[in-house]
Design a protein around this ligand. Sequence first.
Ligand code: PMP
Length: 378
Amino acid sequence: MTRRRPKLFTPGPVEVPEDLARAADSVIHHRSALFRRQFARVREGLKRLFRTEGEVAVLAASGTGAMEAAAANLISPGDRVLVVRSGKFGGRWAELCRTYGARVEHLDVPPGAVVDPDQLEPRVDEMNPSVVFLVHSETSTGALNDVEAVARAVGGRATLAVDVVSSLGVHAFEMDRWGVGVAVAASQKGLGLPPGLGFVAVGSGALRLVEASSSPRYYFDLRRYLAAGADNQTPFTAPVTQIGALAAALRRLGSVEESIARHTRVAEAVRAGLKALGFEILPEVPSNAVTVVRGPAGLDASKLVRVLEEEFNLRIAQGQGELQGRVLRFGHLGWISDEDVIDLFEALEGALGRCGYAFEAGCGVGTVRGRLGSLDGG
Ligand code: PMP
């Protein structure tokens, strides 16, 4: 079947399976009993995914909206906060914190590296921040920070706010057990839905800050979502079609463990295939959301992206922020099948050939086939 648009191997948005796209077609009234029943199931499903007994606010917003809601509700102007800047999205936390009047200090992490909890601990001691902001899976570098170790280093001395936008359902994340105060995510990543929904999970440890914040907030006032959620309601008109699709995605996903295992299997195959073709994996601890690579010497990376899109109808992503022009990003979030991975590598080998790059024909496709086959047994 010919698609009219490029197939997405980007780290969000991602391909949406047809059954989930169809599940977004029903406009029900957001004050009806029907919606309340559906929203009750959605709230339960989200709490299972975040591993929290706290409330999960569902916002009509992208991931950045969820981040902004977290910042607005955790910060009062003049508060001192510590932001781990692990890449573009760590940088976004810092920008949002400044926007809400916080006095921001940074712990900068070089591109592709992960934060060292032993460096973080003395910074928390020194500056005594009210909140520490972190990104779990830094989609710009493909690196996976160790949230559990960071939470241990923070040790309850500050509220920990974590962006799990590209790790929710992809990597183990234990909000309550690890002591994370607030976590934010979005629909267009591991859940494999269209963009448009942002999630803010609020643990009991963060409620004091949410109540006390003197930042201006209205649509993103989390107190409204927490109160309405307890009654299976949303404070404003709910994005009902998207919530319908979310209900279907949570059913399709099965257990968190199954979702993580699916993502891990595909990510391992993609990493192995790219290495076989001569790409170098950038991050020291790679996320299963996206594989960020440096191209082999002599390869024109932007030409490869263009050829893949124009001749093979397939879209991968380029670098962002300080990595712009220096890396390629292969997204593998959502509902990627073995056939999708093999399609990707067939196209990639074709496009590499068009770009004049010499490699052993079939070694990428052969490697991913082998990995997917052997991973089945394991
Ligand atoms: N954080 C991370 C880790 C992300 O990957 C993204 C989206 N790429 C965002 C935040 C921002 O989300 P959005 O683009 O949906 O606003």
